[in-house]
Design a protein around this ligand. Structure first.
Ligand SMILES: Cc1cc2nc3c(=O)[nH]c(=O)nc-3n(C[C@H](O)[C@H](O)[C@H](O)COP(=O)(O)OP(=O)(O)OC[C@H]3O[C@@H](n4cnc5c(N)ncnc54)[C@H](O)[C@@H]3O)c2cc1C
Length: 279
């Protein structure tokens, strides 16, 4: 079973959180809400950002990759791979701050949506992106999937409600992706390169990107075009492939004062419907 003894040894010695290498644990993490199954290289339950950094460094050296995981409710195999799977839900699940006045929350990636909304209720606030998996999906997974919900026409999707993301890149660089233009060091170079890419491809992006409200396919490179660029919007929808999110800053909304139910009646049932004749 131990195919990569060196990877296992280093994870077990350098990570404070749980490290799982037994086949039963690997099998549990070999799938998500999709039909796909792949046995991961190892599973780690990080206790801290330092643990995440350590895992990324070891995976780099040992020729593996890392795969962040929240509630595992993705339906297209996003959390399935031959990687070191990092499960955020056990320890990296704290609500760090709620600014009621400004309607902003800062959370760790493993916070479950329902838990956040429960904590916000007493302030008359909520986080209004509402996938139907709210009882188990995490804010990290929602951001990486650019999730949406039944109320997205009113409140938008994740991209519209994420203000900033603190993230670790593949080389270990930590940066806060936001609208802040006062970047420095390597992050400034990265932002400069990405903005140049946005300028270079602006015409093509304008011509090719469909102008629909709930577009969630592909990388959000259209976020690199224009004057009000929020670098975190490039990370939203990246499905764990661009960076590991350690902290998310979210826009909150006022809880609606009342709820109503509407029932729509249609003249014909779906079964009676026929496509229009082409002749
Ligand atoms: C029955 C059902 C109903 C659903 N309904 C909806 C719906 O109404 N609307 C909707 O949008 N989706 C829906 N989904 C899809 C899914 O629930 C959502 O996309 C959800 O937000 C995923 O959250 P999660 O925590 O389970 O993420 P996961 O599945 O665990 O992960 C999703 C992605 O995020 C990445 N990720 C997780 N944490 C991090 C991190 N810290 N840093 C970087 N990347 C990270 C993972 O690598 C993966 O690529 C549904 C799924 C099911 C099974």
């Amino acid at each position: 079973m131990v195919e990569n003894g060196s990877l296992y040894r280093r994870l077990l010695s350098d990570v404070r959180g749980e490290v799982m290498t037994d086949l039963a644990s690997l099998a549990r993490y070999s799938t998500d809400a999709s039909i796909y199954q792949m046995i991961p290289d190892a599973v780690v339950i990080p206790q801290s950002t330092e643990d995440v950094q350590a895992v990324m460094s070891i995976a780099r050296d040992e020729g593996s990759s890392v795969l962040p995981r929240g509630g595992g409710t993705s339906q297209c195999g996003q959390t399935v791979n031959q990687s070191v799977v990092l499960d955020n839900t056990k320890h990296l699940n704290r609500i760090l701050d709620v600014d009621v006045e400004k309607r902003i929350a800062r959370v760790q990636p493993g916070v479950v949506l329902d838990q956040l909304n429960e904590a916000l209720k007493k302030h008359g606030l909520w986080f209004p992106v509402d996938p139907s998996t709210a009882s188990r999906c995490t804010l990290g997974g929602m951001a990486a999937n650019n999730s949406s919900g039944g109320k997205s026409l009113r409140y938008g999707i994740m991209r519209d409600n994420v203000r900033a993301i603190n993230a670790i890149l593949v080389d270990g660089m930590e940066a806060r992706f936001s609208t802040d233009t006062a970047a420095s060091g390597d992050y400034a170079d990265l932002v400069g390169d990405l903005r140049a890419l946005g300028r270079r491809e602006a015409v093509e992006i304008d011509a090719r990107f469909p102008k629909v409200q709930r577009r969630v396919g592909g990388y959000n490179i259209d976020a690199l075009v224009g004057n009000d660029i929020n670098m975190s919007h490039l990370l939203v929808g990246s499905e764990g492939t661009l960076a590991y999110f350690t902290e998310l800053e979210l826009s909150l909304a006022q809880l609606p004062g009342a709820k109503v139910t509407g029932v729509c009646h249609f003249r014909h049932s779906v079964l009676q419907w026929r496509p229009p004749s082409t002749s």
